[in-house]
Write a protein that binds this ligand. Sequence first.
Ligand SMILES: C[S@@+](CC[C@H](N)C(=O)[O-])C[C@H]1O[C@@H](n2cnc3c(N)ncnc32)[C@H](O)[C@@H]1O
Length: 265
Amino acid sequence: MAFNWKKDIREQSANTIMLLDECHFHYLSQGEPRKDFALVLKAYPHIAWYISHKMPELKDWIGKLNQMVADEPLPADIDNLVGNLLESMEDWIIYVTTPDDYHRQSFVGWDEKELTSLTDYTGKTVVDIGSGTGKQAFAVAKFSKTVYCVEPVWNLRRYLKNRANEEQSENVFVVDGIIQNLPFPANFADITISGHVVGDDIVNEIAEMERITKPTGMIILCPGNTDTDNDIHKILLESGYSWSRFLEPGDDFGSGYKRKYWKVK
Ligand SMILES: C[S@@+](CC[C@H](N)C(=O)[O-])C[C@H]1O[C@@H](n2cnc3c(N)ncnc32)[C@H](O)[C@@H]1O
């Protein structure tokens, strides 16, 4: 899907695929094998070599993609194929190349009071899951004792560290990790927050966030999904979460009324 967050997304080199992170390739390998990806790998076998050597556990998947198409695409078709592929993973490409193209979108400018007014962060240890460019983490860092940013994408971890240095946020620490397996012991955080991340496997994600959150601690989620009573909404309510609406401003892809959820464990 084209978000139109970056103008020249289609013109990037096919090699940009090699900047993607393990979480991206794992995600792709878990879905139906994609013919568009198979064709691009056929045209650029060094990318297939790179993925299967960096992540040997994905060798079988790369092999399947290789068998999926018999011939290399025609030279005249390659630019279009690569452009379509990169456009279909526009957010990932932006994270691994130019995170500012995400950060400057108008919807990221939502009112931080939506987060800070829900509880008192003073003296608290906060974990922010899927920190991205740090919208949520830095909004609460001003008040908290410590904020741990969990982010699986290396280029975003670099962005967050640079931002912490620039803003002299000495209480912000950046760690690698995924929501399915958070790198913290049980009952570690006073407050666990996450924006635009939960949803793919909501039941297990809730369990993992509640594992790392202290009893009487708080979990605050802004899933970023639209303002509807979808399955994520129903499961969060069944799990004891309260909710309300808020506006992510502007008219970019991603703007509009969203829901936030919170629960005291
Ligand atoms: C749409 S961005 C949201 C960034 C930020 N939280 C915000 O609200 O602006 C989604 C973020 O989640 C990260 N992410 C993707 N899969 C993840 C996973 N399984 N666990 C944790 N974070 C993940 C992405 O790398 C990206 O930084």
